[in-house]
Design a binder for this molecule. Structure first.
Ligand code: ADP
Length: 473
């Protein structure tokens, strides 16, 4: 089975959020399950080109009324091939997203990606699109396969990693982007939506956890498309992401101060001291560290953290935050650090992977009080590193974390329900109560470290979906 995964980001090449981890891990995990998987990405200027080889010097992609010549590069770093579409005009921007012409940039990427798929030796069995940036490819493939025998067997899966980002743009642009025939599938509340068009055109939909698949069918979390999610609910699967054990493994992780395992957690102390040092905090290892790594957006629950800031300090814990995003939250983190420089450590900006690993390894509790969370990855990375996640019961957080029950000793984390600062604080205090009982704490840590959250289980669910989903009608 040949599957092309189209994504706007993938580690180690280009990353903004969890989609980058997922795109690469799924490509690799499918390959390990004997699927002929391949990944297609834009060639952003930030990507290191030294490991790439030229795959095609003159791919022809129909664009704005003429055949554009595009260069395609290849990397074998993921074992399965990753292809990169070069277009300096669109992808040499010093950033991945955030320009007014993002819809044009990714429409071009999709055109070129399909032209690339057309040139491969064998047709695709599945075109697997991810998020709004690839919605144009879903539309294009549906159109092409009607009359192009090469694509006649190709099924289209559209995966939603976050329904809140829909790629909205002025419908007048559909004309020169070459999608005027599909205007109806794009139109959503007066705007053109790349996500809606992608979801409408696909043979099946998936999202990144079972609970989020149910939540996006409700008006509260449907972002205006709940009707579509309900209408397509028989073709909407929820498959939770996994963890790439090659990348996130405390036994082998090269980025952390000392390696450790579920059987021997002793190295975690060294990681904790190293983390305190990195954030300029006093070497007081008996004091617990609560950490967070996330984009600084309302979705991640920063309003709760701001409301509970005083109460968090009153618990006596350190707080370490790594995040980039909205200025109001960056300002809050800065002022919190300024009032308690010996207790609050912050890094504002997008750090390289090593710091995220060092935080996971050195912290004791990992906080994810999300308003909503399609899947979430850091709660799973935390479990792997014996760092107990404290999460709100929403989306994938609810599916992947089981609340610890002190009477039975089962559970791999701590979970609270209401989206409120007092509920979050109460759960943090409960966590710290367990932290102070060394044996109980070790049980929660080990429960997390031994939970099977490998990608291979998730990849097998995708393969089943690829096989069972309906094809072209
Ligand atoms: P989302 O995709 O909504 O951002 P996820 O929890 O699914 O959230 O994934 C976030 C990923 O991005 C994690 O791998 C996390 O470690 C990483 N990350 C988020 N913010 C930063 C940052 N400022 N620096 C480095 N890594 C970050």
């Amino acid at each position: 089975m040949r599957v092309a995964i189209l994504s706007p980001e993938a580690v180690p090449f280009a990353k903004v959020g969890g989609l980058a981890d997922v795109s690469s891990a799924l490509t690799k995990a499918l390959h390990a399950e004997s699927v002929d998987s391949l990944l297609i990405l834009p060639l952003y200027d930030q990507i290191d080109r030294s490991g790439l080889k030229l795959f095609d010097d003159e791919l022809g992609a129909f664009w704005r009324g003429r055949a554009a010549r595009v260069r395609v590069w290849q990397s074998d770093e993921l074992v399965a091939p990753a292809y990169f579409v070069e277009a300096p005009r669109y992808f040499n921007r010093g950033k991945i997203y955030g320009d007014a012409d993002d819809h044009e940039r990714f429409a071009f990427f999709c055109r070129a990606a399909i032209a690339l798929a057309r040139k491969l030796d064998k047709p695709l069995d599945v075109l697997h699109c991810n998020d709004w940036q690839t919605g144009f490819a879903s539309v294009e493939m549906k159109r092409l396969r009607r009359h192009d025998q090469f694509f006649a067997p190709t099924k289209i899966l559209f995966s939603i990693h976050n329904l809140a980002y829909q790629g909205l743009f002025d419908p007048q642009d559909l004309w020169w982007l070459g999608f005027s025939d599909e205007k109806n599938v794009f139109m959503s509340n007066g705007a053109a939506s790349a996500l809606k068009a992608g979801a409408m055109s696909a043979d099946a939909l998936s999202t990144v956890s079972p609970r989020y698949a149910r939540e996006i069918q409700t008006p509260e979390q449907g972002y205006g498309l709940d009707w579509l999610m309900r209408a397509r609910s028989d073709r909407l699967a929820g498959i939770a992401n996994g963890v790439d054990y090659e990348v996130w493994n405390p036994e082998t992780d090269p980025h952390i101060a000392a390696n450790f395992s579920a059987d021997d957690l002793s190295g975690k102390l060294e990681c904790k001291l190293d983390l305190l040092r990195r954030f300029g905090l006093p070497q007081e290892p008996e004091r617990p560290i609560i950490a967070i790594i996330s984009r600084l957006v309302a979705q991640k629950g920063y309003d709760l953290i701001r409301d509970a800031a005083r109460g968090i300090l009153d618990t006596g814990a350190f707080f370490i935050a790594l995040g980039a995003g909205a200025k109001e939250y960056e300002d809050f983190l800065q002022s919190w650090h300024d009032v308690a420089p010996h207790r609050v450590g912050i890094y504002k900006g997008f750090a390289g992977e090593p710091l995220a690993h060092q935080i996971e390894a050195g912290a004791d509790l990992f906080l994810m009080p999300s308003l909503y969370e399609p899947c979430g990855l850091n709660q799973m990375y935390s479990m792997r590193y014996g760092t107990v996640p404290v999460v709100r019961a929403t989306g994938g957080l609810d599916d992947t974390v089981q609340n610890f029950d002190s009477t039975t000793g089962s559970g791999n984390g701590l979970k609270f329900g209401p989206y409120s600062a007092p509920a979050m604080l109460e759960k943090i205090r409960e966590g710290l109560y367990f932290y102070n009982q060394a044996e109980v704490w070790k049980t929660i840590q080990q429960n997390g470290m031994t939970t099977d959250i490998s990608w291979s289980a998730a990849a097998r669910k995708y393969i089943q979906l690829y096989n069972e989903m309906p094809g072209p009608q």
